[in-house]
Write a protein that binds this ligand. Structure first.
Ligand SMILES: Nc1ncnc2c1ncn2[C@@H]1O[C@H](COP(=O)(O)OP(=O)(O)OP(=O)(O)O)[C@@H](O)[C@H]1O
Length: 583
């Protein structure tokens, strides 16, 4: 879709109400017509003055009323355009937000964090600027320009031909620059979005920057991005300045021509003083909108760039989330012939078959990168399998309503993400209603959080900072665990949930987890020996398939890969070491 079509599509998508548009049409017309009356009334007044030495009170009153009426209507017009622009911006922002949060995970995997936010905030602002600010000048400019041309034609058609020629010349001169400006504006906005994305990512990983002593690298990288932006912005300004100068040249040339020609006519008595002044006023009605033309062209080009970027998002197909609503009963989750890769040329799972027994704990082990977290993502319906399927409660996961599925699945991720809010707000995030206080208390106890919360002066109302930065890794994990338990999930997915805990906390949380797992289908990406040893079943994943499965003791005997993995991951050499480590 080309850029103008993109912009038209967006404007139509957010079309204001018919009432607002017709009010705007009437007000614009009236305001511009009144604007045209000002020079005519001035002419009548001046002609009377030069004829009779004085003008009448009626004439003065009419001119004053026309001036005041024109000013009021211009104000109303600006207000209406502001309303239309802001309503469009609100609607576009809501549409964009609603669309973005429903996009497939692959979109977020391949997009910088700050970019969608940039489109929601900045690109919509650019469209709003075109509608609210520039279109007022443009609309009223077009009406007064056309009206003035017509009146001038009757006042002096020869001079009007000169004016028309000037307009055509300036338009032809501007056109190629304007096309180049569109391309530059899009490039500039893309680069700015990428800068914002990079800065957002950088500041949220400021500790990494310091630890890696990456200040110098980041300063250089930032400088080179800023230099790139500067050069593109300067090219844009060069074009704007060129367009502006060309327009000014044509305007000034026309004014000089008309003034010279008009003055000679007044001197020779062919033209009255009133007609000459009216001519100059009409001329201003033509040249002022033309002067603003470069601003309108720039805003229009910027808006076209923004519209392309907004449409890119709005036309990206959504992930299918609707489906059968089901209640997860006491049935196993079965993975059948599942093949999946983030990219088509690199499969993570290749006809994987396995079963997660209902009410039991299954540990998944495998080398780093084997696909444990990926399997969790698939189990929550974040990605679609390339072939094969996951069967949940007898239904294909693809056909299940994802919200109904996820509301019954508790997931504790490796990095336990938290929001910049209070502990309470983090715990109840996403809950449709306030949780029962007893249930909340129990989840807190089960996640071994109670003691920690009791030590805080404001307890659950404590702010955790950006991404939970004021908490330890273990505290963040326990909040994430409590949040998962609060859902009373039928299925519990724990992605190395005990990775950041000290020995004491780990022992306590293991106990809590044992309780939480009771009667629940629990799947753990296991990196802790005790988890592996306690599991009802262990799935050993290698090369995208289940290499072997069983209980720990059986696997130690039957799978060389498993026993090697265990000794590598936990630094244990013999069965005796393992028994000692688990005791
Ligand atoms: N969003 C993604 N886009 C593309 N590739 C990904 C994505 N997430 C993971 N991968 C790749 O998929 C593979 C499996 O990753 P995954 O995180 O599932 O492994 P894992 O077994 O959980 O590893 P670990 O034990 O180290 O956490 C890896 O090769 C990884 O690079």
């Amino acid at each position: 879709m080309n850029s103008t079509a993109s912009l038209i599509r967006l404007v139509r998508r957010t079309r204001p109400s018919g009432l607002l548009l017709s009010t705007l049409f009437v007000v614009t017309l009236m305001s511009s017509l009144l604007g045209l009356l000002v020079p005519l009334q001035t002419k009548a007044l001046l002609d009377k003055l030069s004829e009779a030495g004085a003008f009448t009170n009626e004439q003065a009153l009419v001119l004053l009323s026309v001036l005041i009426g024109s000013a009021i209507l211009a104000g109303v017009m600006t207000y209406i355009m502001g309303k239309i622009g802001n309503e469009q911006k609100r609607k576009l922002r809501a549409d964009l937000f609603n669309h973005i949060i429903a996009l497939p995970m692959s979109f977020f995997d391949n997009t910088r964090a700050g970019e969608p936010a940039n489109r929601i905030v900045k690109d919509t602002e650019i469209i709003e600027n075109l509608v609210s600010e520039q279109s007022v000048s443009f609309l009223s400019g077009v009406v007064s320009l056309l009206g003035s041309f017509i009146i001038l034609w009757f006042l002096d058609w020869q001079m009007t031909m000169v004016m028309l020629g000037a307009v055509m010349v300036s338009f032809m001169l501007i056109l190629p620059f304007s096309m180049r400006l569109t391309m530059l504006s899009k490039h500039l906005q893309d680069t700015e979005a990428s800068l914002l994305g990079r800065l957002t990512e950088l500041f949220s990983n400021i500790r990494l920057l310091r630890t890696q002593c990456a200040q110098e690298f980041e300063i250089n990288h930032n400088n080179s991005q800023l230099n790139g932006l500067y050069h593109t912005a300067m090219k844009e300004h060069f074009l704007l300045a060129t367009i502006g100068s060309l327009v000014n040249l044509v305007i000034m040339g026309s004014i000089v021509l008309v003034l010279g020609f008009g003055a000679s006519r007044v001197a020779s008595g062919v033209m009255t003083l009133g007609a000459f002044v009216a001519f100059i006023m009409f001329l201003l009605n033509i040249v002022l909108p033309m002067g603003q033309l470069s601003m309108v062209v720039a805003a229009f080009n910027k808006a076209k760039g923004a519209a392309i970027r907004i449409n890119e998002i709005l036309t990206t197909p959504l992930q299918i989330e609707e489906g059968v609503k089901l209640s997860l009963t006491n049935e196993s989750i079965i993975v059948r012939e599942l093949s999946f890769g983030y990219r088509d040329d690199k499969m993570i799972f290749d006809t994987l078959n396995c079963r997660f027994m209902a009410g039991k704990t299954t540990a998944i082990v495998g080398a780093s990168g084997a696909g444990k977290s990926t399997l969790f993502a698939l189990l929550q319906g974040f990605y679609q399998a390339k072939s094969g399927c996951i069967e949940v409660a007898g239904s294909n996961l693809n056909e299940i309503d994802k919200e109904s599925l996820r509301s019954q699945v508790g997931y504790v991720a490796q990095d336990s993400p938290l929001l910049c809010a209070t502990i309470y707000e983090n715990l109840v995030y996403g809950a449709k209603q306030q949780p029962d206080p007893e249930r909340l208390r129990q989840a807190i106890i089960d996640a071994d959080l109670k003691h920690f919360i009791d030590t805080l002066p404001v307890g659950l109302d404590t702010q955790v900072g950006e991404r939970g930065v004021t908490l330890s890794g273990g505290q963040r994990q326990r909040i994430a665990l409590a949040r998962a338990l609060l859902k009373e999930p039928a299925v519990l997915l724990l992605d190395e949930a005990t990775a950041n805990l000290d020995a004491h906390t780990e022992a306590a949380i293991q106990l809590a987890l044992h309780k939480a797992q009771a009667g629940r289908t629990t799947i753990i990406a296991a990196h802790r020996l005790s988890t592996v040893v306690d599991a009802d079943n262990i799935l050993v994943i290698q090369n995208g398939k289940v290499e072997s499965q069983g209980k720990h003791d059986e696997l130690m005997q039957s799978s060389e890969f498993y026993s090697q993995l265990i000794s590598k991951q936990f630094g244990l050499k013999t069965n005796r070491d393992i028994t000692v480590a688990c005791s």
